[in-house]
Ligand binder design. Structure first.
Ligand SMILES: Cc1cc2nc3c(=O)[nH]c(=O)nc-3n(C[C@H](O)[C@H](O)[C@H](O)COP(=O)(O)OP(=O)(O)OC[C@H]3O[C@@H](n4cnc5c(N)ncnc54)[C@H](O)[C@@H]3O)c2cc1C
Length: 397
């Protein structure tokens, strides 16, 4: 880069290149007529600084280089993508996420000698580490604590040689193979095949009391926890299809299901609405939100204080459980624009497989499933993803 002192564009250009992590040599033309002539000759007659050259080719000044950056081609020109790929730790299979889907994929991939690396994410073990009793995972006749189940799966994956990295992946490049993953730790990994199992997070209301009584009466999963509310009154919060389905499902256990919805009509399908409105055990509370989950330290949830959004009136319900059914957020932000998703943001996979819209990239578990969202279905599709990846890698040899 040809520069001179007191040149704000030179400073801006240097800042840009520094952000790219590339090395450069600075030639300060200052009062050196020889260097000035050299720059003018090499740049085809340009008489402004800075002038930036890559491998002997003049890119121009700061404006030209920042225009290349805006068009997304500067990295390529700087050979940065190639350099990163050369520096990256190379792996055959990388698995993003360490919930039931990711760890099952790891067990299968490791047993197939693919030497997988699991990037565990900021919630090692996934959603089940936030719960207590899991009674529906096959193989545990007496139930198992969520964290214990995940520890068992991790040990099983390690037994066959799976290696683990901590933290999240915060940037991926799926535009060319091998795929590049940037970890929060600063590590850069490259993968011939990538298995995505980053899950989906339940949306919560954001109340302090909701957080306080989570797993002690507050739940976001009727299939998981409905059973614990046999013969008890409960409340469901939401108005979409999921909320209607969960309310209907919970009538199998509860004495009464109060369905709390902030509007005066449902968003769910007409058939579901009819079934809900006709059900003798479901009582709909329109135009209302949960103002506070009521409870005590010994019993957990004992009720809910509701607020009518139109009148502001506060009322109380006596319930033993409050089920939040206001949606889930699939953890896909890091793939934005690189993989096809459905309208809700879940990764799209080809029918009866875990193939995503990019070859060699597979998705399993809740991140690609807004319907079942169970540990066993996540584990099942994790197995599918490892088998799909193994066969696909085989077909590339
Ligand atoms: C409170 C609670 C109780 C539940 N109880 C049951 C039950 O009893 N039975 C049942 O079958 N199911 C239950 N579920 C549902 C079950 O936990 C999920 O269906 C299952 O965990 C989904 O598995 P998964 O592997 O797809 O994703 P998750 O378990 O959500 O794991 C996602 C993983 O991806 C990682 N990750 C996210 N983003 C990134 C990133 N950018 N880079 C790297 N890693 C990333 C996370 O750290 C995490 O390790 C429950 C859920 C909750 C919340």
């Amino acid at each position: 880069m040809y520069t001179k002192d007191y040149c704000p564009y030179c400073v801006a250009a240097k800042t840009l290149l520094r952000s790219k992590g590339v090395d450069w040599r600075e030639i300060n033309i200052g009062n050196e007529p020889r260097l000035r002539e050299e720059m003018i000759n090499l740049s085809g007659g340009r008489r402004t600084v800075p002038q930036i050259f890559v491998d002997g080719v003049c890119l121009g000044g700061y404006d030209d280089v920042s225009a290349l950056e805006s068009r997304g081609v500067l990295d390529h020109i700087l050979g940065k993508t190639h350099r990163e790929k050369d520096m990256a730790e190379k792996h055959k299979v990388i698995i993003m996420g360490s919930g039931p889907a990711g760890l099952t994929a790891a067990i299968y991939a490791a047993r197939a000698n693919l030497e997988p690396v699991v990037v565990a994410g900021n919630e090692p073990g996934g959603q089940l580490t936030t719960t207590t009793e899991v009674e529906n995972f096959p193989g545990y006749p007496d139930g198992v604590q969520g964290p214990q189940l995940m520890e068992d799966l991790k040990k099983q994956a390690e037994r066959f040689g799976t290696r683990f990295k901590t933290g999240n992946v915060d940037k991926v490049d799926l535009s060319q193979r091998p795929y590049t993953l940037h970890l929060e730790s600063g590590d850069v990994l490259s993968a011939e095949a990538l298995i995505i199992s980053t899950g989906a997070s339940a949306k919560w209301l954001g109340l302090e009391s909701e957080q306080k009584y989570r797993n002690r009466g507050v739940s976001a999963c009727a299939t998981c926890d409905g059973f614990f509310f046999k013969g008890k009154p409960i409340a469901v919060v939401g108005g979409g299809d999921t909320a209607l389905e969960e309310a209907l499902y919970l009538t199998n256990f509860a004495t009464v299901v109060h369905l709390i919805h902030r509007r005066n009509e449902f968003r769910g399908s007409v058939i579901m609405q009819e079934r809900v409105l006709k059900h003798p055990k479901i009582k709909v509370v329109w135009d209302s939100v949960v103002d506070e989950v009521l409870g005590d330290n010994a019993k957990g949830v004992v009720g809910a204080r509701l607020k009518n959004v139109k009148t502001g009136e506060l009322t109380s319900l006596v319930v033993d459980g409050v089920f939040m059914a206001i949606g889930h957020q699939p953890n896909t932000a890091v793939f934005n624009g690189q993989l096809e998703t459905d309208d809700l943001g879940y990764l799209k996979v080809k029918s009866h497989s875990t193939y995503t819209s990019v070859e060699g990239v597979f998705a399993c578990g809740d991140v690609a499933d807004h319907v079942y969202r169970q540990a066993i279905t996540a584990a099942g599709t994790g197995c599918m993803a490892a088998i799909d990846a193994e066969r696909w890698l085989g077909s590339q040899e």
